[in-house]
Design a protein around this ligand. Structure first.
Ligand code: UDP
Ligand code: MG
Length: 336
């Protein structure tokens, strides 16, 4: 009995109607294989406020196939919170999160489970190739992973997205982190427990369009850095030290000029303007960064729920699943 593993697969879905039929077909063989070799499998599709036919496709699939459960959020909460909704609604001993667009190939799922069987609580699926993604996305992604590791002090595996397996105990710890600005790629390594990775070739989106154009990627990157560290706040010291050393030379020169050469000429328009501009800009920049952290603190202290579930869709044959387990946790519960 101990060998039987209940597996939940969590997939956030936002306007993915073109790809959903391909996803259901693509999952079929893997689900059958997992059921045969590991145990029962459930697939949680979290509809993140799609405006297309995604939810009706999900509902239909749940009626057709008892392994599927649909979780419909009350509006679009964003990828990271949709993931939270799915992970916290999942009932498996292990929970795997993956994207809807088949960029995360289902064939990798058994490898993740096999690694978990070796004793790992978290197994990341890491891309060894990145499909047809442009050089710009590659370079920015590379830079980003380097910065985040430096500032956060935890190992964030490069080229590892939100395709990963987590054990129940890792998930319980993750659920205790009620951060409003969520960056799971940093939060999961932070948890600890034995963690490892498997490699796979990342394909291209099978249909539909990416929801992460460059500006949104940059926002996620800043979220990542701000949620993992307060390093940007310390930037003020660094800039202050740097500028002080530059301007110290200039001040010494001005004093020398006055007392030794007795220079009384009114000079220094250029240097005065540069000093005002540089210090003014840096002050504004630092205000901006302080403000950003202050805003995040404000959003956090409000303690709003991370997501709101509107409906849960299951087939009639899965009636035995207690509905309350699919409801979001109350604050008291989630604080443990
Ligand atoms: N997604 C979501 N809510 C959003 C945006 C995206 O649930 O607001 C889902 C989307 O349906 C997909 C996953 O997050 O399953 C990753 O999105 P996408 O494939 O567009 O990102 P990319 O792979 O291009 O980085
Ligand atoms: Mg994708």
């Amino acid at each position: 009995m101990a060998n039987i593993l209940t597996i939940s697969i969590v997939i956030p879905v936002y306007n993915e109607a073109p790809v959903l039929p391909l996803l259901f077909a693509g999952l079929e063989a893997t689900l059958a294989q997992l059921e045969q070799t590991q145990g029962p499998v459930e697939v949680l599709l979290v509809n993140d406020g799609s405006s297309d036919a995604s939810w009706s496709l999900i509902s239909a699939q749940c009626q057709r196939d008892a392994r599927y459960v649909g979780v419909n959020l009350s509006r679009n909460f964003g990828h990271q919170r949709a993931l939270a909704a799915g992970l916290e609604s999942a009932r498996g001993d292990v929970v795997i999160s993956m994207d809807a667009d088949l960029q995360d190939p289902p064939a990798v799922l058994p490898q993740l489970v096999a690694k978990h069987r070796e004793g790992y609580d978290v197994v990341y699926a890491t891309r060894s190739t990145r499909g047809k993604e442009g050089w710009c996305k590659r370079i920015t992604a590379n830079m980003f992973y380097r910065i985040i590791e430096k500032v956060s002090g935890v190992t964030v595996h490069k080229d590892t997205g939100d395709f990963r397996l987590m054990s129940r105990r890792a998930l319980v710890e993750l659920s205790r982190m009620r951060e409003v600005h969520r960056f799971l790629r940093g939060m999961v390594p932070w948890i600890g427990f034995p963690q490892t990775q498997v490699f796979y070739d990342r394909g291209d989106r099978q249909a539909g369009e990416t929801h992460y154009p460059l500006p949104k990627m940059l926002a996620l990157a800043f979220d990542g850095i701000a949620s993992m560290s307060t390093a940007p706040l310390r930037l003020a010291y660094l800039l202050c030290l740097l500028l002080f050393s530059v301007f110290l030379g200039y001040i010494l020169w001005v004093l020398f000029d006055h007392f030794v050469y007795g220079s009384e000429l009114v000079q220094g328009w250029t240097s005065l303007m540069s000093a005002i501009t540089i210090f003014g800009t840096i002050e504004l920049l630092m205000f901006g960064i302080f403000g950003e952290y202050l805003g995040r603190t404000y959003e956090q202290v409000k303690q709003r729920p991370l997501y709101i579930i509107a409906d849960v869709e299951r087939s009639a044959t899965t009636k035995d699943i207690p509905l309350e387990r699919l409801q979001p946790k109350t604050d008291a519960e989630s604080r443990g």
